[in-house]
Design a protein around this ligand. Sequence first.
Ligand code: HSE
Length: 294
Amino acid sequence: MKLKVPATTTNFGSGFDTFGLALNLYNTFIFEEGDAFGVEIEGEGKDLPKDENNLVVKVYKRACEVFGVSPKPFKLKQVNRVPTARGLGSSATAIVGGIEACVKLHSLDVGLEDKIRVAFEFEPHPDNLLPAFVGGFVICVQNGKLTFNKLTFPSDLSLVFAVPDFELSTEEARSVIKREVSLKDAIFNIQRASLFVSAILTGRYELLKTAVEDKLHQPHRAGLIKGFNRVLEAGYSAGSYAVFLSGAGPTICAITPEDKKDRVGNAMREAFGEEEVKVDLLYLKAVEEGVSEA
Ligand code: HSE
């Protein structure tokens, strides 16, 4: 059995912990029956655990417990294309992969609400998890239930990712965020997040630059990412509609028209380079489908 789970980008500046989008970059998990759990990793994250501490294995075993079936040992081959700890949802792919493996290998009939409950035990933020499960652009609400709305992200928009050569854990990137915000800043973000949704629904891309402005997390996280402001400026000068931190960072994402994506990518790479930060560039598109059998 083979599963493919999409990478995700979240937040889009103002939509902190709320917006998530599935991307056409995948981690693939190949399961074969075995006598004991074992893991082989190709591509990104070669240093990830290869024993029972592997996240896919841990999640699979927990899902078996919750869904009331006995775990069957497997040999797992991970073909990882999603960079780890960079703000592209690599751990969400492993969590979703482990849960779907349980459902598929044991032919279970389990709804999304039960799957998400298990997923939350490993990662409490729905904005990576939901698009990895269902695809598309997802607006998530955290209220102990499964409340979300999935929209189609415009296919004429390109997403350019400048992925620095250093990792930043979500935990560290959350530790710098202020716990209390002013009413003024709350209103600032509500206005822009609402504008973002309306802009993609109506094709008014000229509004996206204002729509991704943020007062809740990016100003605090900027200090963890050398060159953050310089890269944002470079992305805009090269013709991006919007530039923001991908998830918890350190990757920076630009939304661009198709014909500007190379220019924007090169400009962001150069700006990072001026700070002596090396980056890989990923040119991606939104996808409508979440986890699937490959
Ligand atoms: N919304 C999360 C954050 C992304 O920015 O910390 C990780 O789930």
